[in-house]
Design a protein around this ligand. Structure first.
Ligand code: ZN
Length: 439
């Protein structure tokens, strides 16, 4: 360790460093008002520095000043406080002895993000660095039942737990302490502790997925006290929306919709996820769009899920058997191919679902006014039909100006969007509170 920093980091507690600009006068310029004062008032500058270190690895103060556009004096003060707080440390021995030429690294640089989810046919757990670079991926099939019906919730949780256990074991073997564990679920997440409800796989009643995983994966309970943040339960659609937002610079308000596992949506407002007061914003699947429609398993009549859920669309398209033998993902791919090939049965099934998705958008879009509706999953390949259904009944006010908004566009972030977005959110949670990264 560098001699310049070690003694000071031993002297100063995190709490003190967070509330006083102590030690600043020992390092470089001192008369920079923008970096004096409590660490908490410099979140934006601190975030710039931390983001550079996360993305580019150890950097000298001079490199940080150039990369962030902050002055050298500002960087000197900021890095001094972050070293005091234990967030940064010299990356190697300092040849000059004054500390200024020494590259600095994040104390938490070796930490990894663990993200897991249940995909169409398999459970997936990944390990990634704080930058989001994937370091490992573990998949476990989610077996269908003997009669071809989807896996039971217990079987799905077993697969998810097995994938998570492998990821945690890899992290331990490779001596990467875990920073964050995020579990993605298809339903809505509500309550404290968080539970999933209205999940196409787990059912409409609440399920304590994190509790179920703790019971299945002893390593999760072991690692939990050492995490930088409590394990997170997040809707898959919210994570996917975060990834899609990364593909749309300048767009702060978007609605993400998809229909692969169930029917799901997520709203980004002012650049941030909008969960609502109870976590129930964007409960798209249970919008009652069909007057006097059939009873949904949620107890309400005419929910969008009762006319646009993937298993229903596949069954009507005569692809239920295909899904049972080849898997849901392959069946949805086949459905899109058949619709494109003008297969009557596939087109009839799909266009009926698309009509109701368009109807739901006619209700939701005026409520939230997104700049873009991002269409994910297999719907992305058929986005023109959703666009047509949506625009079939729109106001003609303003010379048709309302008819052109919003843009309805196919998702761009790819099939890994939920994993990519979840890592992005975990990184944002960590960088928003730099003291979490103290070593
Ligand atoms: Zn419902």
């Amino acid at each position: 360790m560098a001699q310049a920093a070690a003694p000071r980091s031993g002297e100063v507690t995190r709490t003190v460093a967070a509330h006083h600009a102590c030690g600043m006068t020992n390092v470089g310029e001192t008369s920079v008002p923008a970096t004096t004062g409590p660490l908490s008032t410099h979140v934006a500058h601190t975030t710039l520095v931390l983001e550079h270190l996360v993305d580019h690895g150890p950097s000298t103060r001079s490199e940080l000043a150039t990369a962030t556009g902050l002055g050298r004096g500002a960087i000197a003060g900021l890095t001094a406080r972050l070293i005091d707080a234990g967030v940064l440390r010299p990356a190697d021995a300092d040849p000059t002895g004054d500390g200024r030429a020494t590259p600095l690294s994040l104390s938490a640089a070796d930490r990894v993000l663990v993200t897991c989810m249940i995909g169409a046919d398999e459970a997936i757990a990944t390990l990634a660095g704080l930058s989001g670079d994937e370091l490992g991926r573990f998949t476990v099939p989610v077996p269908a039942q003997a009669d071809g019906a989807p896996a039971t919730p217990a079987a799905a949780l077993d697969s998810l737990g097995a994938a998570l256990a492998r990821a945690l074991a890899r992290a331990e073997r490779s001596q990467h302490p875990v920073a964050d564990v995020t579990v993605l679920v298809d339903g809505m997440v509500a309550g404290s502790p968080a539970v999933v409800i209205t999940d196409a796989r787990f059912g409409v009643e609440p399920v304590d997925v994190l509790g179920e995983l703790r019971a299945r994966v002893p390593a999760l309970a072991e690692v939990e006290p050492t995490l930088l943040l409590p394990p997170a339960l997040e809707p898959t659609a919210v994570a996917a929306a975060a990834a899609e937002r990364g593909e749309l610079p300048g767009i702060a308000d978007l609605l993400y919709i998809e229909g692969d596992t169930g029917v799901a949506a997520a709203l980004v407002s002012g650049g941030r996820p909008l969960p609502g007061a109870h976590g129930l914003a964007s409960t798209f699947a249970h919008l009652p769009v069909v007057e006097d429609g059939v009873r949904c398993e949620c107890g309400q009549r005419g929910c969008l899920a009762t006319v646009a859920a993937p298993e229903l669309v596949l069954e009507r398209a005569d692809l239920a058997g295909f899904a049972a033998t080849r898997g849901r993902a392959a069946a949805l791919e086949e459905l899109v191919a058949r619709v494109d090939a003008a297969d009557d049965r596939a087109r009839w099934s799909w266009l009926d679902a698309a009509r109701w998705v368009g109807r739901a958008l006619q209700l939701v879009v005026p409520t939230i006014d997104p700049a873009v509706v991002v269409v994910g999953g297999y719907w992305a390949g058929l986005v023109a039909d959703i666009d047509t259904a949506y625009r079939a009944n729109r106001p003609t006010l303003g010379g048709g100006a309302l008819g052109a908004i919003p843009t309805i566009a196919a998702a761009r972030a790819g099939t890994d969007a939920p994993l990519v977005g979840a890592r992005r959110q975990a990184r944002e949670r960590l960088l928003a509170d730099p003291l979490l990264l103290a070593g």
